[in-house]
Ligand binder design. Structure first.
Ligand code: NAD
Length: 485
């Protein structure tokens, strides 16, 4: 085992979980056993809630301008340790070093946004009647929880950590049991940045601890990012306990390609979107809706896809099970009559034979009813569905139960505007294959890609992580009294 067993991080210290349930942490790059992760039970959660509750009074009463000083220092530490963090992230997740560096860079951008929160949460004040003022303030919720998936071991946790903490909450985070290492390292950076003990806690585990989080009366709010199946469970369980819950789920993102699209730009974007992070992004292109004759663009997409080489500029998928599942989808589509133009099945990387790599895969003549067209594959696979018209393409996009992202490739402004309006997705790109809004714009899908109100990042996060205190104030009797005062 390359690293010591994972421990929970409670009250500023790493402590062993009292459990005899553990899972191995295996590197998808080469199959190496990296560590083992404890599957904590409710007793471990209790320790974290106790620590976070004790820390809340002092932290929430610390002025926000002081709280964000921690995040100015955290940002500097992320910059200083970027390559070390990226190496750990790649080792446990399988993505390339460049993709992990980009992930840490995104953590830095998220942290920069959190340092700007004092400028955004100033509240409001107005004299509403003679001598009477109303004012609003954003007040932290208390102890909150964040449950995160495997595909971004650093970025998704940092969607929630800097904002929730800068706004005065104390947090318990539950990493994915598949990738617990990077977040553990980040906990030490937060401590080094001066975050008081107990404000940030990590409890490792699986569904048992997620259920305990949803049920715990001491936790006010839960954010979840993961598959739609689990997002629904967490949303229903958390809200049934009267908690505030925002649960982001899976996706099947459609790229609509029109004949007037720029060939090179479109091909590069489509391939980057479907193969980046080995297709394990909730924003990955899953289906391409090819409107009319776009054969030249498809040819160029195949050329671009062949430049994506497993083990070089394409990382591994998370596990053997994931590789098997992805390859099964490709074979099933082929059996049903689709044409595999670029085939990523059966790939091994020399020297990393135990790694779980799938090559880039382009499948043409996919029918909308095939599983490969409808379901989230979470691998470097794009399914091309031919349509005669834009409205036919939009009907396929609209019929998807998901609604994370959609994109259109065209040089026609009016057509782009039409598709922005008609697409049933929370985030839409025009000639952008991965339309992730950058701070201060918020991230969040629609339909079964998100349950709950508001978005998880950017300005929208203020609404989720705080509640409004409304005061109506009158000091001076000489202001008189009228019916509104
Ligand atoms: P997952 O749903 O399997 O796991 C997410 C978290 O839930 C993990 O911490 C896991 O331990 C926990 N969990 C798993 N099963 C559970 C259960 N039955 N009950 C309670 N908790 C459970 O997701 P994953 O495989 O880690 O991540 C991939 C998924 O996440 C994809 O569907 C992807 O689209 C989605 N995702 C969505 C977004 C978004 O912004 N919408 C972002 C990243 C990932």
């Amino acid at each position: 085992m390359k690293y010591p067993p994972i421990q929970n991080f409670i009250n500023g210290e790493f402590i062993s979980a009292a459990t005899n349930r553990h899972l191995p942490v295996i590197s998808p790059v080469n199959g190496q056993l990296l560590s083992e992760v404890p599957l904590s039970g409710a007793a471990e959660l209790e320790k974290a809630v106790t620590a976070a509750t004790a820390a809340f009074h002092g932290w929430s009463k610390t002025p926000i301008k002081e709280r964000v000083q921690v995040f100015f220092r955290y940002k500097t530490l992320l910059e200083k340790h970027m390559h070390e963090l990226a190496a750990l992230c790649s080792e446990e997740n399988g993505k390339t070093h460049g993709e992990s560096v980009a992930e840490i860079e995104k953590c830095i951008e998220l942290t920069e946004f959190a340092t700007s929160l004092p400028q955004l949460v100033t509240g409001e004040i107005l004299e509403v009647s003679k001598g009477v003022e109303c004012r609003t303030e954003h007040v932290p919720l208390g102890v909150v929880a964040s449950i995160v998936p495997f595909n971004f071991p650093a970025m998704v946790p940092n969607w929630t950590i800097p904002n929730a903490l800068a706004l005065g909450n104390c947090m318990i985070i539950k990493p994915s049991e598949k990738v617990p290492l990077t977040l553990g390292r980040m906990a030490l950076l937060l401590k080094e940045a001066g975050l008081p003990d107990g404000v940030f806690n990590i409890v490792n585990g699986d569904s048992e601890i997620v259920n305990a989080i949803c049920d715990h009366p001491g936790i006010e709010a839960v954010s979840f990012v993961g598959s739609t199946k689990v997002a629904k469970l967490v949303y229903q369980r958390g809200t049934s306990q009267l908690k505030r819950v925002l649960a982001l789920g899976g996706a099947k993102n459609h790229l609509i390609v029109l004949p007037d699209a720029n060939t090179d730009m479109t091909a590069q974007n489509v391939v980057a979107s479907m193969s980046g992070c080995a297709g394990q992004r909730c924003m990955a292109a899953g289906a391409m809706l090819a409107v009319g004759n776009v054969d030249a663009i498809i040819e160029k997409i195949c050329l671009e896809a062949r430049k994506v080489i497993p083990g070089k500029n394409l990382g591994a998928v998370i596990s053997k099970e994931a590789k098997t599942r992805i390859e099964k989808y490709i074979t099933e589509a082929e059996t049903q009559g689709a044409k595999v133009l670029v085939d990523g099945r059966g790939v091994t990387v020399a020297g990393q034979e135990e790694g779980t790599f799938v090559g880039p895969t382009v499948i043409d003549f996919v029918k909308p009813e095939m599983a490969v067209a409808r379901e989230e594959i979470f691998g470097p696979v794009i399914s091309i569905i031919r349509t005669k018209t834009v409205d036919e393409a939009l009907a396929i996009e609209n019929a998807s139960p998901y609604g994370n992202a959609a994109a259109v490739f065209t040089q026609h402004g009016g057509m782009a505007r039409y598709i922005i309006e008609k697409a049933s997705a929370g985030m839409v790109g025009v000639n952008v294959g991965v339309p992730v809004p950058r701070e201060p714009f918020s991230f969040g899908g629609w339909n079964e890609s998100k349950f709950g109100v508001g978005d998880i990042t950017g300005k929208s996060s203020i609404t989720f992580w705080t509640r409004l205190k409304k005061s109506t104030i009158k000091w001076n009797p000489e202001a008189g009294i009228n019916w509104m005062s």
